[in-house]
Write a protein that binds this ligand. Structure first.
Ligand code: ARG
Length: 457
């Protein structure tokens, strides 16, 4: 494709330089946004009498036909073009003649690319939020079914206190709600139009940036033209939202992997979301969860990439900024693929409550409740803590559990112990009594489910 910027030079560059410079192989992803932006630009130019109504119509027809033909496959993207903006403008001029050359009045590729990129990010944020909601729904259904399924809660990966599986799953739901909130917040700052900043300094034409921004669905316009073309904060923020979301999905995946191991066997993944081994016939591997965990690393890499690219750039546009796209596209595609697989994987997994209960019955996870029992009878907590710890160590020696230790043994430590202690250290009681807001009682878990459902509607 011939160069539109010949003039200052003869435009004869080495093929190596052309290939190195070109972004068409990845920025053609934004062709829809580019054409949408150009149509709005033509409308603004006509409204301001910078071009005629006829010229506007001719530009819009030409631009629409390009999009149609690219989408239908009739027009192939020319991979020798410098970028998507040059490609569209060149084809437009081929199709509509000299009028095509008027489209670039009062704009530059610098504000054009910033515009396209913001439009693209806005669209992706909406898609990602709706995919997060699918994962949230899957978690909520599982939590509803397991609101009273007892399992051990862990700290340091050591059994700590009894909780319900529903409570555990709802913890992830809360993270995802924050993720949605973060993306919505990022949307606000992305939703500001840079078009009309032109190359860097604004323009001498009587443009109407507010009208053009409104046509494109923006809430406002960037207030400084230098900042308008140089600002990629929204890219950093967006990838940062992706990285945090991936961190949450990765932590959940890690638990899925642990829970589906024979050591735990708290859940069974559906065959549809596991793989076998080429040599070990017994294997059922949680590859999807492992890949989600693994892909988190590349999204973190995307974030480091963009931050590092931007850190030393003087104002305004520098070609370094072309490097903003691949990392963002990669983060976007990775996040969407991970969310798309996480939703059905979670929806189809089966909890195994018997195994969770077995694990909960070992590990003295009701020891806190034993101490609390004494506290409620008037003993200071530290003293009660010490007695309970001593009783646990006796149980370990005798190879028994708190529930089975006879009252006479308890009495040796304190007269406050009565028969009612057994009810108090029953796992179900331990869970049911955790009624503090956000706690693990069945009612509290159901309240949390209600919060998530309210959020989904
Ligand atoms: N392909 C370029 C990019 O993605 C478009 C902007 C080019 N601007 C320029 N002054 N060379 O950043």
């Amino acid at each position: 494709m011939s160069k539109m910027w010949t003039g200052r030079t003869d435009g004869v560059t080495s093929k190596l330089a052309d290939d190195f410079n070109s972004s068409i192989s990845f920025d053609s992803k934004m062709i829809k946004e580019d054409i949408e932006g150009s149509i709005a630009h033509a409308m603004m130019l006509a409204k301001q009498n910078i071009i005629s109504e006829n010229e506007k119509n001719c530009l819009i027809d030409g631009l629409s036909s390009i999009l149609e033909d690219v989408l239908s496959g009739k027009l192939a993207i020319d991979m020798t073009a410098e970028d998507v903006h040059m490609f569209v403008e060149q084809v437009l001029t081929e199709r509509v003649g000299d009028t095509g050359k008027k489209l670039h009045t009062a704009r530059s590729r610098n504000d054009q690319v910033a515009l396209d990129f913001r439009l693209y990010v806005k669209k992706e944020i909406k898609e990602i939020i709706s995919l997060i909601k699918e994962v949230l729904s899957a978690l909520t259904v599982q939590a509803e079914q397991n609101a009273s399924t007892i399992m051990p809660g862990y700290t340091h990966l050591q059994r700590a206190q009894p909780i319900t599986f529903g409570h555990h799953l709802m913890a992830y739901a809360m993270m995802l709600i924050r993720d949605i909130d973060r993306f919505n917040d990022c949307y606000k700052r992305t939703n500001v139009s840079p078009i009309g900043s032109c190359a860097l300094a604004g323009t001498t034409y009587n443009t109407d940036r507010f009208y053009e921004a409104k046509l494109l669905g923006f809430d406002g316009v960037c207030s400084n033209s230098l900042d308008g073309v140089s600002d990629r904060d929204f890219t950093v923020e967006f990838i940062s939202c992706c990285a945090t979301l991936m961190m949450h999905l990765s932590r959940l995946s890690e638990e899925i992997i642990l829970w589906s191991s024979w050591e735990f066997k708290f859940i069974e993944l559906s065959n549809a979301y596991t793989t076998g081994s080429s040599i070990m016939p017994q294997k059922k591997n949680p590859d999807m969860a492992e890949l989600i965990r693994g892909k988190t690393g590349r999204v973190y890499g995307d974030l480091m990439g963009i931050l590092t690219t931007l850190k030393g750039l003087p104002l305004a546009y520098n070609k370094d900024m072309q490097e903003d796209k691949e990392c963002l596209f990669d983060a976007c595609d990775t996040v969407k693929a991970c969310l798309s697989i996480a939703a059905p994987m979670l929806a189809t997994m089966k909890a195994i409550p018997e195994n969770m209960l077995l694990a909960a019955q070992k590990g003295f996870i009701n020891a806190t409740d034993l101490a609390d029992y004494l506290v409620k009878k008037g003993m200071p907590f530290r003293t009660a803590y010490k007695i309970s710890g001593t009783i646990v160590s006796e149980c370990i020696e005798k190879n028994t559990v708190l529930e089975k230790l006879p009252l006479s043994e308890y009495k040796k430590h304190s007269d406050l112990f009565e028969d009612d202690l057994y009810k108090e250290i029953d796992l179900l009681t331990c869970v049911e009594k955790r009624v503090s807001f956000g706690g693990t009682s069945v009612k509290s878990v159901n309240d949390q489910i209600k919060i998530v459902k309210g959020f989904l509607n």
